[in-house]
Design a protein around this ligand. Sequence first.
Ligand code: COA
Ligand code: AMP
Length: 637
Amino acid sequence: MASRYAETYQSWKNAPHRFWKEAAEEIDWVKSGDEAFDGSSGQYGRWFPDWECNTCYNCLDRHVEGGRADQPALIYDSPITGTAATYSYKDLLDRVQAMAAVLADNGIGRGDRVIIYMPMIPEAAMAMLACARLGAIHSVVFGGFAAHELATRIDDAAPKAIIAASCGIEPGRVIAYKPLIDAAIDQSSHKPDACFVVQRPQQVADLVEGRDHDLGLLMEAAFSAGRTVDCATVKATDPLYILYTSGTTGQPKGVVRDNGGHMVALKWSMSNLYDIKPGEVFWAASDVGWVVGHSYIVYAPLLHGCTTIVFEGKPVGTPDAGVFWRVISEHNVASLFTAPTAFRAIRKEDPDGKLMAQYDLSNFRALFLAGERADPDTVNWAADQLQVPIIDHWWQTETGWCIVGNPLGLGQLPVKPGSPTVPMPGYDVQILDDAGHPLPANTLGNIVIKLPLPPGCLPTLWNAEKRFHDAYLAEFPGYYKTSDAGVIDDDGYLSIMSRTDDIINVAGHRLSTGAMEEVLATHPAVAECAVIGIADQLKGQLPCGFVVLKAGVNRPHEEIEAELVKLVRNQIGPVAAFKLAITVERLPKTRSGKILRGTMRQIADGESYKMPATIDDPAILDEIFGAMKERGLAGSS
Ligand code: COA
Ligand code: AMP
């Protein structure tokens, strides 16, 4: 079948407002309007300006009313605890109402912020949906972040409450969440009124009298009493959630997602991009703490009437590299969405796909990859093993859904290895030089998106309109700056080459080297430092810190380096995967004092590099090369 991509993209280009107004017919609105877009409000206009809706209603109630009450909505599969559970749409609605009742009893309502700090348990999705039901704004914080990161988010979002679990479980260790939450609340200036804790048997938390509540008990009482809570009517432009993502400094950016545009875009993507039908099982093996988890574990599958999977485990080691295939075959998964790093991990353990062969994958149709570059080697291996389309697609926390992909639902386009394919309707993607001039095909430059961004993308940053403008809109007027660099070829296929800022991508997790440098600089022995991301076969990139010690510090370097590793783990969290600090005499700089991080990375990755013309002292690069060699880095060069 010829792909309908070109005509669909063109129909959006011809009449963008009409395109999204038609897509909006898939959503149940409390009130719809004549205009799909108001170009005069917000930073670049707002989608569905006077429209009103409720996201939880569209995810749950309408499916229960429409005949899906008994269909599984959420399957919890937790190989790490050896437990599993299935919730039908009716079950999920009842539990979400019970949780919403508990929150409402504690004064939480429209516009209030609620931080959710939870592992991959069903209550995490219920908490998000309960907030959506009340019109409260959730902000999920990934469990791998430490207390300090949580405190930063508490101060920025000023939540009325925190919803948490007593612990998360990582292979070989139980992570008590409550001490992290208590430490974060101690550190933050804003103090939430209440903390609701799901007590897990692996580690029960001590509750602070007057502030903390046993959420399980309260929910059970509300559930047994058959409590119901009406869906709050919110404006389509009201925030559904804030999701903090790494910026160039230690202060994360609070990406705001609205209610209406978000639903329209996600619903559109399920049929047209992912080629999924209501009633089918869609599995995003990510975490609710990341944007992929927000969009494709919770909201999109439920908006579309699918069954979603909350998987608490790892691609390897829980118990083995066959667990993805077990989940796909046991739950009849039609499509899987994950990060390439998960496949690199599986391939390393099971290169010949022996474990895969043990499972019936006959109903499995497609694998979608995002979050980091999908290296052709991994893509080819996955394609050989699975014999289904492997679809790389590119997006960002900021956009909330795919920018460039291969729309299976419109008919698959030919795959070019290394390219996530073509822009989705809504995105006019262009390549500009640093001065903002359009570049010809096949020329590397800044990837930008012509404004307005489509529905679903961030309208602004939480409480930071100016930062939003400065970070995304100021450099290339009329465009959104993605901070990715890449090329578009003669067929309109995009390839992502690198970031243009100091963000690195570790195991599909987006991290700021600037934030790590801020932490290293707080160590009393450190005079200056630079953190770079170096290539890693499994995780894509790993952070590596270079430190210059203050004059007169004569403690063993290994001792200080170990303290630095601990410091980053304690301040940012284990997810930073910061395990390598190297002491050097000097850092290579330009004559104006800028640290040559790019050149250091090229040396570490064994890439050829040109001696920067502005370098202050070329001998320092040799010293850095020597220091890396001693640690087994700096491949060939
Ligand atoms: N809570 C607490 N700690 C967590 C955590 C969580 N939710 N998630 C990860 N961590 C810890 C890990 O235990 C690890 O700790 P360690 O240094 O003591 O070993 C550290 O953070 C780094 O985690 P990660 O980089 O994820 O590595 P890993 O060794 O645990 O697993 C992979 C490696 C490749 C299997 C894993 O990264 C993976 O499955 N990634 C999938 C990527 C993904 O989901 N991306 C989301 C976007 S689609
Ligand atoms: P995040 O906001 O965590 O989703 O990270 C977004 C960043 O991850 C992008 O700006 C890219 O640098 C990178 N990224 C995401 N998907 C891809 C992809 N398919 N190919 C290459 N890089 C990607």
